[in-house]
Design a protein around this ligand. Structure first.
Ligand code: NAD
Ligand code: MG
Length: 398
């Protein structure tokens, strides 16, 4: 029996890497449903190659896609649209595994739907967990979903934790002899830039990550270190640990993907060449292992592994995220929403790179924090925070 996979965000960087892993194991997995947002031609190629049963696109693209599928004799592929379509494929009874690889808040409801349907959920869409935190984690427990980290750092932490860690009692303290999590960061393309130099960096420079090839939004987040901030929050929720047990370590080579320290003085690390196919394969098959095309690490080639503390003055986003995690409630939603708006404005040449954390900080000051009681409050706050961030961007001259 093969497992039916649904890929939310199939045309993205993670979506493509997922297909790369799946195509090596056609005896174990079939691509049942996929979603895309804008790149219809790429989606069509995917339909031709994998013959999914269902595809989801925005309503305004559905007609064009229908014609393209008809021209290719792929009439049998069902087209669903918008958020309702994303939710329908995420919770579809025939689906076993959901890859949550939509970028940003748009992935929240479909990811949560997959969790509530008790699927094996491979979580790349960190923004969804940052926004919904406890609600997502409790839903996973209640509906017996297997929420497995695809983010390379969290996947490395998961691999380095005791095998029964996720079953351990959930407290703010590390359990089972774990003393600390070391979350590694490459430092991004501007690690050695001065604050002065940072003011003039362009979107093109920000999107050129030294070690990873990723979508634009996460590339900019990696450059501001907001990605590490989001990952700090993600780690606290996934591993039920308070933020002061998570230390960020800059490791420019991206060979060690994160570490776990134990009370007896041990430090366990997961290492590998920087390729997302490794954590994707791990989350797909866990506790088994799948072969991938990723070559084994050659330590003689690697030669050097360096570590340093993050510069939180040059990259204030990291500390903002730490404060937000401490504050809890709706603060992570406010941080995430304003960051999405700020990154889009930077990519659109409306604000400077160094203004991204300023937009976030301002929004956190203006929008009131409260308890994140339910998803409706989270979505409402997300909308308000976006408006406040946009207003601020207009005022600073965007
Ligand atoms: P990407 O920009 O390459 O792809 C995003 C995907 O989401 C695309 O398929 C796009 O069609 C879809 N999408 C975008 N906006 C949408 C919307 N409003 N509604 C529905 N679908 C929409 O991004 P990516 O690099 O693949 O990242 C995806 C997620 O995985 C992000 O949350 C990112 O933080 C996380 N992640 C990525 C990497 C990586 O190496 N790329 C690593 C770790 C985590
Ligand atoms: Mg990561």
């Amino acid at each position: 029996m093969t497992q039916a996979v649904c890929i939310l965000g199939v045309t993205g960087s993670i979506g493509q890497s997922t297909l790369k892993v799946l195509e090596q194991h056609p005896d174990q997995y079939t691509v049942f449903a996929v979603s895309a947002y804008s790149r219809l031609d790429e989606l069509l190629e995917i339909c031709k190659k994998y013959h999914p049963k269902i595809v989801v696109v925005p309503n305004e693209k559905a007609f064009e896609l229908k014609q393209k599928l008809n021209n290719e004799n792929l009439k049998q592929i069902e087209i669903l649209t918008d958020e309702a379509g994303l939710i329908a494929i995420a919770e579809h009874p025939d689906v076993d595994v959901v890859m949550a690889a939509i970028v940003g808040a748009a992935g929240l409801l479909p990811t949560l739907a997959a969790v509530k349907a008790g699927k094996r959920v491979l979580l790349a869409n960190k923004e969804a967990l940052v926004m919904s935190g406890d609600i997502m984690m409790q839903a996973a427990k209640q509906h017996k979903a297997l929420l497995l980290p695809v983010d390379s750092e969290h996947n490395a932490i998961f691999q380095s934790l005791p095998h029964n860690y996720l079953d351990a009692k959930r407290t703010e303290q590390p359990q089972l002899g774990v003393s600390q999590i070391l979350l590694t960061a490459s430092g991004g393309p501007f690690l050695n830039h001065s604050i002065e130099q940072l003011k003039d960096v362009t979107p093109q420079q920000a999107c050129k990550h030294p070690n990873w090839s990723m979508g634009q939004k996460i590339s900019v987040d990696s450059a501001t270190l907001m990605n590490k901030g989001l990952e700090l929050i993600e780690a606290c929720h996934l591993f039920s640990i308070s933020e002061h047990f998570v230390t960020v370590v800059v490791h420019p080579q991206s060979i060690i993907h994160s570490m776990v320290q134990y009370v007896d003085g041990s430090t366990l690390a997961q290492m590998g060449n920087p390729d997302m196919c490794t954590p994707i394969a791990h989350a797909l098959a866990w506790p088994k292992r799948l072969t991938t095309h990723v070559p084994a690490l050659d330590l003689f080639e690697t030669a050097q592994l360096n570590f340093q503390k993050p510069d939180e003055i040059k990259f204030p986003a990291l500390n903002l995220a730490r404060q937000v995690m401490r504050a809890g409630g709706l603060a992570p939603t406010i941080l995430n929403a304003s960051n999405e708006i700020a990154v889009a404005a930077f990519l659109d040449n409306k604000i400077r790179f160094t203004e991204i954390p300023q937009v976030v900080e301002n929004t956190l000051q203006v929008v009131q924090n409260a308890k994140a009681e339910n998803i409706d409050i989270i979505l409402h706050t997300d909308m308000i925070a976006r408006q406040v961030a946009e207003q601020y961007i207009m005022e600073v001259g965007g």
